[in-house]
Design a protein around this ligand. Structure first.
Ligand code: ATP
Length: 235
């Protein structure tokens, strides 16, 4: 199974006079991990998730390494795009615009599988059923409700059986019952795959009662944030 190890990772965002720096002193994702990141809006949670999902490279890192089957890939160095690794090993539910509105339900659902080269319509049908998604395969995404789109984004992100499942606010548009079903399904799938699960959430009730490790992104100086473990009592 795959594991991701990061040490002293930094990323700086710049926009004119605006500058934002995120530090990740130490973070790991291993099979079976259940981790959740909290933090106030704009603190840098998505920036952290983008790095850990290999969507945006860090500017610097003492160590950023993917280990799998006795092999190690150094993610800290060079400008190489890790698209093939990302497509096969990572499932990322994006916070905003997670779907392509010009594609059909089925085309969106199967996109992750196609990129990973692992087509299996049975897995998609099973996930849709578990998530209460019964929309017709030819329905355009623009005709779905926001909550249906959010669940479809989850199907797309996990249908290729990734080793790392990363979800940025996956329940933001869902009622509490549907949110709980979604979390239960993602947890079950992560268990079945032996995958690591990392969630960003504003809803501190969402993961209560489940065995998650808690993290937070804290802006400890203006424009300078850090991802760090959070004591369970503070969660
Ligand atoms: N190009 C940029 N230059 C400078 N700062 C930026 C740039 N892009 C984003 N930022 C800032 O970086 C910070 C982190 O953004 P990020 O989206 O990671 O936060 P977040 O915690 O995920 O927010 P939210 O909870 O609202 O989704 C924000 O304060 C944002 O304003």
């Amino acid at each position: 199974m795959a594991e991701l190890i990061g040490r002293q990772i930094q990323r700086v965002l710049k926009d004119g006079q605006r500058r934002f720096r995120l530090d990740i002193p130490a973070f790991e994702l291993r099979p079976g991990d259940r981790k959740v990141i909290f933090g106030r809006t704009g603190s840098g949670k998505t920036t952290a998730m983008d790095i850990l999902a290999l969507a945006c490279p860090p500017d610097t890192a003492a160590r950023f390494e993917l280990r799998m089957g006795g092999r190690s890939t150094d993610l800290a160095r060079g400008k190489r795009d890790h698209a093939p690794l990302r497509a096969k090993l990572f499932g990322y539910v994006l916070q905003s615009s997670p779907l392509f509105p010009f594609l059909t339900f089925e085309e969106n659902a199967s996109l992750g599988q196609r990129l990973a080269g692992r087509r299996d319509s049975g897995v998609i049908a099973d996930l849709c059923q578990r998530l209460g998604l019964d929309a017709a395969p030819r329905t355009r995404v623009s005709d779905l409700s926001i909550g249906q789109r959010q669940r479809l984004a989850v199907v797309r992100a996990i249908a290729h059986r990734p080793s790392f499942i990363l979800c940025d606010e996956p329940t933001a548009s869902l009622d509490p019952d549907t949110a709980r079903i979604l979390l239960r399904t993602v947890l079950d799938v992560a268990d079945e795959l032996g995958a690591a699960l990392l969630i960003i959430s504003h809803d501190r009730d969402l993961t209560r009662g489940h065995d998650f490790e808690y993290f937070e992104v804290v802006e400890w100086q203006p424009g300078h944030a850090m991802l760090r473990p959070q004591e369970r009592d503070a969660a």
